[in-house]
Design a protein around this ligand. Structure first.
Ligand SMILES: Cc1cc2nc3c(=O)[nH]c(=O)nc-3n(C[C@H](O)[C@H](O)[C@H](O)COP(=O)(O)OP(=O)(O)OC[C@H]3O[C@@H](n4cnc5c(N)ncnc54)[C@H](O)[C@@H]3O)c2cc1C
Length: 430
């Protein structure tokens, strides 16, 4: 054990709580940096779930977006698991209650896969590099001046520094809140289900994710994502529940996209799962001898998108700060600086989210879609917002163009827009 709070040196020990992309990302980046710097750093990851054999899983639609291949290869030295890809996603169809529009770009595709298989792949990559994986839940931690003590369901451990990569797990957040100044972010709830239509129907579904912004009370957004042999459907909102999912599944906009529910599998047979998205930044997400990464730090774009990318990146940045700056609260400001790529965008994302909610609830999003059907620049902005390929800040910067805004105002006055316009028209015309 090294009592200094400086950069991790020979013999240093790191314990990581959570073996999702945030935890394994941190472990792989630490392992790479330690080898490059010729330091022997012992890394242990505690993961309560068993991903092998798909016994347990983390809630996710499993869509991995660019630049995931570079993030894995350049940041972590791991090849992208192309063998796990079930479908390449080439674009989105964005739906309001009455309209829809196809959003595509020349950007590289996203990849849909089973998230549990991706998590298992990353864990195996870590094992192959002699990173110790302990299949056990951490039940408590103590942070002392010279060390961290970690209690788990299979014994205890000691380390120089602890990494919290526990996602949206409430119990683990409480453990860290008790031991440190950390305060968990706020979360949106999400209900997820799967539908298994006939093979022929799935083959004709296309490679687009259908994103929904309904005016429905309680639902902020919904999505229908095509995978290999099934559709993953999710809705999100602060207090979203199974009843709201039922309403979403039976709404006309969703029904226009889904196969007949009874035919697909009988809707009473649908199994619902619950997950959560952070939508604010955690407080004090690092301090003396601890650092929090991924969802647990709230370091994900608000609204939706690229949570896996953010978890891998924040893990990489945390590892760099621990190896080069140190493990004190002061040294880990280096980590906060790196995270500004995400945190600086959060206020823009929040404003975007509030604006979108307001437009949806007043049914004005129908108008936005009608405008986008006529304006390529607006379509590109919507694509960037939905795909999360660009920061909200850059989208806002593009919006704040007086000539373009005037053009949009003139166009909206001329729109042949009627309340009952059918959706598919805008989508097929685009
Ligand atoms: C419905 C839904 C759909 C989503 N779809 C996408 C998508 O398509 N693409 C995308 O990029 N992102 C998506 N996300 C977001 C993405 O899932 C998260 O952003 C990402 O998983 C965050 O990674 P993480 O490592 O921080 O946390 P997690 O992936 O949640 O990993 C945390 C791990 O910590 C373990 N753990 C927790 N507490 C303990 C403990 N005390 N001891 C031991 N282990 C512990 C858990 O078992 C878990 O494996 C989605 C999220 C939801 C809810």
């Amino acid at each position: 054990m090294n009592s200094s709070l400086g950069p991790l040196t020979d013999g240093a020990r790191v314990v990581i709580v959570g073996g999702g992309p945030g935890g394994i990302g941190t472990a792989l980046a630490l392992n790479n940096l330690a080898r490059q710097m010729q330091r022997d750093v012992q890394i242990t990851v505690y993961e309560g779930k068993v991903f092998a054999g798909e016994q347990h899983f983390n809630q996710c639609s499993g869509v991995l977006s660019p630049p995931i291949e570079q993030t894995l290869r350049d940041g972590l030295g791991v090849a992208f698991p192309h063998h796990l890809v079930q479908r390449a996603i080439t674009g989105y169809i964005l739906h309001s209650d009455r309209r829809a529009i196809l959003l595509e770009s020349d950007d590289p595709p996203s990849y849909a896969m089973r998230r549990v298989q991706f998590d298992n792949y990353l864990v195996e990559q870590a094992r192959a590099r002699d990173i110790r994986i302990v299949n056990s839940r951490v039940t408590d931690i103590e942070i002392h001046a010279d060390r961290v003590i970690v209690y788990s369901e299979s014994g205890n451990d000691q380390a120089d520094v602890i990494v919290g990569a526990f996602g949206s797990d409430d119990g683990s957040a409480v453990i860290f809140e008790r031991a440190t100044d950390y305060r968990a972010p706020r979360f949106l709830a999400s209900v997820v289900t799967k539908l298994h239509p006939r093979e022929e129907w799935m083959n004709n579904f296309g490679n687009h994710i259908h994103a929904f912004l309904p005016a429905m009370r309680g639902i902020e957004f919904g999505a229908v994502t095509p995978k290999g042999n099934h559709l993953t459907i999710n809705v999100a909102g602060e207090f979203v529940n199974a009843q709201m999912m039922n309403r979403f599944l039976h709404s006309p906009a969703t029904q226009a996209v889904l196969p007949c529910l009874d035919e697909a599998q009988g809707d009473h047979d649908l199994r619902y799962f619950k997950g959560r998205f952070p939508f604010s930044q955690a407080r004090a997400f690092s301090g003396d001898r601890y650092v929090i990464v991924g969802d647990a730090a709230g370091l994900m774009r608000p609204f939706k998108g690229k949570g896996v990318n953010s978890a891998l990146l924040t893990g990489t940045w945390a590892a760099q700060a621990m190896m080069t700056a140190g493990i004190s609260a002061r040294a880990l400001r280096e980590y906060h600086r790196a995270c500004r790529e995400i945190t600086d965008d959060l206020p823009y994302g929040k404003s975007f989210r509030l604006l979108t909610i307001a437009l949806c609830k007043t049914q004005l999003f129908d108008m936005v879609i009608a405008l986008a059907a006529q304006d390529a620049r607006l379509r590109r902005m919507l694509f960037d917002a939905v795909s999360a390929h660009h920061s909200y800040r850059s989208i806002v910067a593009k919006m704040l163009d007086a000539r373009w805004l005037a053009r949009m105002a003139a166009l909206s006055a001329r729109l042949p827009f009627q309340k009952n316009d059918r959706l598919d028209k805008a989508a097929s015309n685009s």
